[in-house]
Every structure is written in structure tokens, then in C-alpha cells.
Design a protein around this ligand. Structure first.
Ligand code: FES
Ligand code: FES
Length: 177
């Protein structure tokens, strides 16, 4: 432990974007603040701090979570993926969901976009061929103050339509009605 550490500090040891990170932080540090302030990963945004906006969404052990609802200490031993990592290794520098947001003009100020992209990625893992209604339901934990959601839904549907068959589940739960 850091010699300057206080008795209320904890050592957080986890993997972020494929890299091991070990930091001593106050026990009450939220994961979102750990990512932004300790690691400088400011693509993860803070819109509310009260679990309402979804701007802070990251992937924790492969599942989208609001990182303002998780203490950094609770993520110890886990693997976190942030928006900075999702496009790495892609052919054109954009994850397919990011590309669909680009194509469908799914953003204006962009504040909600990192969280939206990660929420849509989760939606498409759970339901590779969602209907319009299912997309709206799937992103209802993420708020956007600019777009009116129409183009975000269009982007999610476009991403679904362009997904590689190998990455989709064999049986879709989507209904055609
Ligand atoms: S900052 Fe986490 S839900 Fe708004
Ligand atoms: S694009 Fe501005 S909040 Fe969504």
C-alpha cells in the first residue's frame, strides 16, 4: 500500500482495457471516478451520479453496467472495458455500433454517446435482431438530451442489420410484430 494511504483507503487491482491496474484509492471511490481520475479514461462520462442517465456505462466482465453504481473496490479482480477500447483492432477505427451511429447521425453533442454505444452493444448481444420497440426498451436506461432518440434507434437497428452472422445468437428472441 502507498505509504501516504489513509486507513480508509483500499488497494484496487483490476484489468482495464486489457491492462492490469493497481491503485490505492479511498474506499468510497466509484468505478466511474476511478476510470476518469486515476486512469484518465474520460470517455466514460458522468451525467448524474444517481444511476439515471447511463452516460457512465462500461463493460464489467463483459456486461454493460453503470459505473457510478459500482465501487472501484467492488470491481477488483474483474475486467473492465471502456469506450476507449471498443474500436481498437477494428478495420476502419470504429466498432460496428459506432459506425452505425456515424451513418445514422445518432448523436449531436455526443455526451451520451459512449454510454449509448455500450448499451447498444449489450442490447445486440442479448437480442441480435431487435425490433424498434425492443431497441427503445433496451436503451431506456440511457438518457439523451439532444437527439429525440429516433436516430439512436435507427443506428441500433442498422448495427443489428450489419452484424456478422457468426456473432449473432442462433435463436433470436425478437418478435416480428
Ligand atoms: S452518471 Fe451513472 S447513470 Fe448517470
Ligand atoms: S447527443 Fe447530446 S445528450 Fe445525446
Amino acid at each position: 500500500m502507498d505509504p501516504a494511504a489513509r486507513s480508509t483507503d483500499v488497494v484496487v487491482d483490476l484489468e482495464v482495457n486489457g491492462r492490469r491496474e493497481v491503485h490505492t484509492v479511498p474506499a468510497r471511490t466509484l468505478l466511474v471516478h476511478f476510470l476518469r481520475e486515476n486512469l484518465g479514461l474520460t470517455g466514460t462520462h458522468v451525467g448524474c451520479d444517481t444511476t439515471q442517465c447511463g452516460a457512465c456505462t462500461v463493460e464489467l466482465d463483459g456486461v454493460a453496467v453503470k459505473s457510478c453504481t459500482v465501487l472501484a473496490a467492488q470491481a477488483a479482480g474483474s475486467s473492465v472495458r471502456t469506450i476507449e477500447d471498443v474500436s481498437l483492432g477494428t478495420e476502419n477505427g470504429l466498432d460496428p455500433v459506432q459506425q452505425a451511429f456515424w451513418d445514422e447521425h445518432g448523436l449531436q453533442c455526443g455526451f451520451c454517446t459512449p454510454g449509448m454505444v455500450l448499451a447498444v452493444r449489450q442490447l445486440l448481444r442479448d437480442n441480435p435482431k431487435p425490433t424498434d420497440d425492443e431497441v427503445r426498451h433496451g436503451i431506456d436506461g440511457n438518457l439523451c438530451r439532444c437527439t429525440g432518440y429516433q436516430n439512436i434507434v435507427a443506428a441500433a437497428l442498422k448495427a443489428a442489420s450489419t452484424q456478422e452472422p457468426a456473432t449473432t445468437k442462433a435463436t433470436s428472441t425478437a418478435k416480428a410484430d
